[in-house]
Design a protein around this ligand. Structure first.
Ligand SMILES: Nc1ncnc2c1ncn2[C@@H]1O[C@H](COP(=O)(O)OP(=O)(O)OP(=O)(O)O)[C@@H](O)[C@H]1O
Ligand SMILES: [Mg+2]
Length: 228
């Protein structure tokens, strides 16, 4: 599904060119559950932002489902992002004064679906993450773990090709982190959701099938989790 070859990316800061992704080549198939690890500043977020069509400004070849997305202009990139990717963030990023149901419906409404039609899909996504009974609550009425479940429901509701999660357990205590990891594992195994997760937590990474380690913008290691 995801095929990157010789990806290089630079940021220009104070007229200085910083090389942030260095000759990255990787392939990710459907239904994989991949952890991306590495020190702070090593390029993990930059890499997943590139993979998830947030940033099309790089050198090299990115083929997605056999199509070369390198030449895609911004408009095409955002369309591709909206229909293909679900996002989960460390800080949940829910809309405070919207209910759980309204938060989860957002990607569907962006995609042009009529509000009325979103309801059954939203409820099905909330069932999958185990908080269907909270549909009418506001985010602040929920625990951190429950809020992250809402964010995961929002990420999967549109049935994306893959979801990216940038340190999804970073703001949670260890027990809640374990529960969220268990949920990701369940979604991967039972619902066949392809997941790319950035994490600093070796216990969380150990739940994945495969771990990619990035260091100084380079792909340092890529292999099956049990062999790490
Ligand atoms: N928008 C930007 N403009 C300029 N430099 C940036 C930008 N975003 C990131 N960088 C730089 O690129 C490098 C990689 O950053 P990135 O955020 O990808 O690291 P990371 O591995 O996700 O780190 P962390 O674990 O702290 O989240 C860093 O040196 C960072 O300072
Ligand atoms: Mg980061």
């Amino acid at each position: 599904m995801i095929e990157m070859t010789g990806i290089n990316k630079y940021y220009i800061v104070d007229q200085e060119k910083i090389h942030v992704l260095k000759d990255i080549s990787l392939t990710i198939n459907e239904q994989e559950f991949v952890a991306i690890m590495g020190p702070s500043g090593s390029g993990k977020s930059t890499l997943i932002n590139t993979i998830s069509f947030l940033d099309g400004d790089f050198e090299g070849t990115y083929r997605f489902n056999q199509e070369n997305s390198y030449r895609f202009k911004d408009e095409k990139l955002s369309a591709l992002r909206n229909e293909s990717v679900g996002f989960v963030f460390q800080a949940f990023q829910l809309i405070d004064n919207n209910t759980v149901m309204e938060n989860v419906a957002l990607p569907l409404l962006y995609g042009g679906m009529k509000q009325r039609k979103t309801k059954p899909l939203v409820m099905a996504a909330l069932e999958k993450v185990g908080i269907a009974d909270k549909y009418n609550k506001l985010p602040k009425q929920l625990s951190g773990g429950q809020q992250q479940r809402v964010a995961i429901a929002r990420a999967i509701v549109g049935n994306p090709k893959f979801i990216v999660a940038d340190e999804p357990t970073g703001a949670l205590d260890s027990k809640t982190s374990d529960e969220i990891m268990y949920l990701f594992k369940h979604l991967n195994e039972e619902e066949k959701v392809t997941i790319l997760m950035v994490t600093h937590d070796p216990d969380a990474a150990a739940q994945c099938e495969r771990i990619i380690t990035v260091k100084d913008g380079e792909l340092l290691k890529d292999g099956e989790a049990f062999a790490y």
